[in-house]
Design a protein around this ligand. Structure first.
Ligand code: TMP
Ligand code: ASP
Length: 242
């Protein structure tokens, strides 16, 4: 099978496969922040992120969500349905943190009454600005009103499902970002779901996610490994880090 590189992002490469309706996502060891301004390579990160993403997409699938997930090929590859990606970063929040504290005068760590959803335009040059329904449906016309409502409701449901999933593993889901894509007139959850795109705090408040990297808090891969252990266990860790 001759694979063609279709696109390369900051942390993933997307290849064609022998099937026209599927793509191969290769998770790189690269980590970036601040729209790529900060960049490093952390051995084993691609394995951790691909594995965690595969596990969480299977949780979503088993809860009835339509996702792009097809198969996981360890250590670094996910086979996914080929979607027409929608250029939005859709954020679900259970707890106040991150950019929300810059828009609303609330301290980080406060639990929200119910999950909220925010839309950001996926545009590194503009630093992914927060945008609203008017911008999305009427100005940019990226999706229609029915589709935006579907995305909003899905994110809020995912907030609740993953909140319980992580509570059972003694970690707190603070917030996360997902991206959607179209396939046959339907909207699917695409891209990835892992330590790069979620905030997860340990019971003692320890940060396990990419904020360790964004804020220079110390050993980033250690946080990702702890996250992996809680979600998956010990399987595969020795081969990669042993
Ligand atoms: P924020 O608080 O910075 O808006 O981030 C909200 C969530 O989105 C957080 O879990 C981290 C994730 N995120 C990404 O996945 N990519 C990004 O470029 C940014 C800024 C945040
Ligand atoms: N996704 C952005 C980057 O890779 C920023 C972030 O996650 O904070 O640069």
């Amino acid at each position: 099978m001759i694979m063609k590189l279709l696109t390369e992002g900051k942390t993933k490469k997307v290849f064609s496969t022998s099937k026209d309706d599927e793509v191969l996502l290769f998770f790189k060891d690269d980590i970036t922040a601040f729209d790529g301004v900060k960049h490093d390579v952390l051995k084993g990160k691609g394995f951790l992120n691909a594995s965690i993403s595969a596990a969480l997409f299977q949780v979503l699938e088993s809860n009835g969500f339509k996702t792009h997930f097809v198969d996981f090929i360890p250590p670094n590859i996910i086979i996914a349905k080929k979607l027409q990606m929608i250029p939005l970063e859709v954020v679900g929040r259970n707890i106040v943190a991150g950019s929300l504290t810059k828009r609303i005068p609330l301290e980080p760590g406060i639990k929200l009454n119910s999950p909220i959803c925010e839309f950001f335009l996926k545009d590194d040059n503009l630093h992914d600005p927060l945008i609203n329904d008017e911008h999305i449906c009427n100005v940019l016309q990226i999706v229609n009103h029915e589709e935006i409502e579907y995305m909003r409701q899905t994110v809020k449901k995912i907030c609740k499902i993953l909140d319980k999933y992580f509570n059972d593993r003694k970690i707190t889901l603070v917030d996360f970002k997902i991206e959607y894509g179209r396939l046959d007139d339907q909207i699917y959850v695409g891209d990835e779901l892992n330590g790069d795109s979620m905030r997860l705090w340990d019971a003692d408040g320890k940060i396990l996610d990419k904020d360790r990297y964004r804020k220079d808090l110390g050993d980033v891969i250690e946080g990702y490994i702890e996250m992996y252990r809680r979600i998956i266990g010990e399987e595969g860790l020795d081969e990669i880090f042993g």
